[in-house]
Design a protein around this ligand. Structure first.
Ligand SMILES: C[S@@+](CC[C@H](N)C(=O)[O-])C[C@H]1O[C@@H](n2cnc3c(N)ncnc32)[C@H](O)[C@@H]1O
Length: 328
């Protein structure tokens, strides 16, 4: 069973980033096996509250056990892109002191061959984080045309040989459909020139398929946007990402929200007016840029090596003030 556990990454850094108040209200948008959630609960007092979200039904079942044992905790089966709606339903808009997103897949998802995320464990071509969702990796591999496949391998996998891989998949499926992860991994590896290196040749394409199946980048963008109306002034947003595509989205979002609106240069405003406008309209303050796992953490959890944590704080944004000053 050890293989189906998950070691929370950057745990101390997340707790420091969230600046937990004992009476505060927090959202763990990626409950997983609850490693971060349990640590947050250990710092909350009796009046504190934590809402866990996950779209994986197995993670939700673990969350339900925790909720039964701890009245301060509740779990919701939902994609985290719905964070605004979930908070609205709970009467928590603008009242949440911290949100954690530890995005990507959990170790139990990766390690269970039956979930179909891994190329080195044979299993069905699945890759759905939410087992009740319709689109699986098998759907993508069987129905996307060559151009669509090449696009996702290139853009989501940053695979140099995206077109070759797409062509090989389409050619092969004309004779026999793909049914297993190993079968697909072999065809992908054979289409990529060069000798095998330390990383399996199918790594990038498997990442791309997973992102496509679970709409991971759109999910992240919606959750970041949604977090702005959920956080209380001073509330913290902590996001851990595991690859550069995600980290770029988080970094750009935090940068844009902390720098206020882009004012075209022909608009006649003084430098002081520009500063004031920016100060009034920025929604976030960056608390910490990219934090990586320490050597000590890496020594006991190799999966933390690609994790990057960014932390921002919600500013006391008042949209009316901006529109008044724009009118004046
Ligand atoms: C890296 S694990 C989180 C592990 C967790 N922090 C822990 O300590 O156990 C990511 C979890 O987030 C979930 N997840 C990923 N994307 C999601 C999304 N868009 N909406 C909801 N849950 C998501 C996955 O199902 C997985 O359980």
């Amino acid at each position: 069973m050890a293989a189906l556990t998950h070691i929370p990454v950057l745990l101390n850094e997340c707790l420091a980033g969230l600046q937990i108040k004992p009476e505060g209200t927090y959202i763990d948008g990626t409950f997983g096996r609850g490693g971060h959630s349990r640590a947050i609960l250990s710092q909350l007092g009796p009046q504190g509250r934590l809402i866990g979200l996950d779209r994986d039904l197995t993670a939700v079942a673990v969350g339900q056990e925790l909720a039964a044992a701890d009245a301060r905790f509740a779990i919701v089966h939902t994609p985290f892109s719905r964070i605004h709606d979930v908070a609205a339903d709970l009467g928590l808009l603008g009242k949440v002191d911290g949100i954690l997103l530890d995005i990507g897949v959990s170790s139990p998802q990766l390690d269970d061959g039956a979930r179909g995320f891994s190329f080195d464990k044979d299993g069905p071509l699945d890759m759905r984080m939410d087992q009740s969702a319709e689109k699986s990796a098998a759907t993508v591999v069987a129905t996307y045309d060559e151009k669509q496949l090449a696009y996702i391998f290139k853009v989501y996998g940053e695979e140099r040989f995206a077109s070759k891989v797409a062509r090989a998949i389409v050619k092969r499926r004309e004779n026999a459909p793909f049914t297993s992860t190993k079968d697909l991994a072999q065809v992908i590896a054979a289409a990529i020139p060069g000798k095998p290196g330390p990383k399996h040749k199918a790594t990038r394409c498997f990442q791309a398929l997973r992102i496509e199946v679970n709409a991971e980048l759109d999910e992240l963008k919606s959750a970041l946007e949604g977090s702005l109306s959920v956080l209380a002034p001073g509330g913290r947003l902590c996001v851990i990402s595991f690859h550069s595509l995600e980290d770029r989205i988080v970094k750009n979002f935090m940068r844009d929200q902390s720098s206020g609106p882009k004012i075209p240069s022909h608009i006649p405003l003084t430098a002081a007016q520009l500063d004031e406008l920016r100060a009034q309209s920025a929604t976030l303050d960056i608390v910490s840029a990219a934090q990586k796992a320490s050597d000590e953490e890496l020594a006991h959890n190799v999966r933390a090596r690609s994790a990057t944590l960014r932390v921002a704080q919600r500013l006391n944004y008042q949209p009316e003030v901006v529109s008044q000053s724009q009118e004046g």
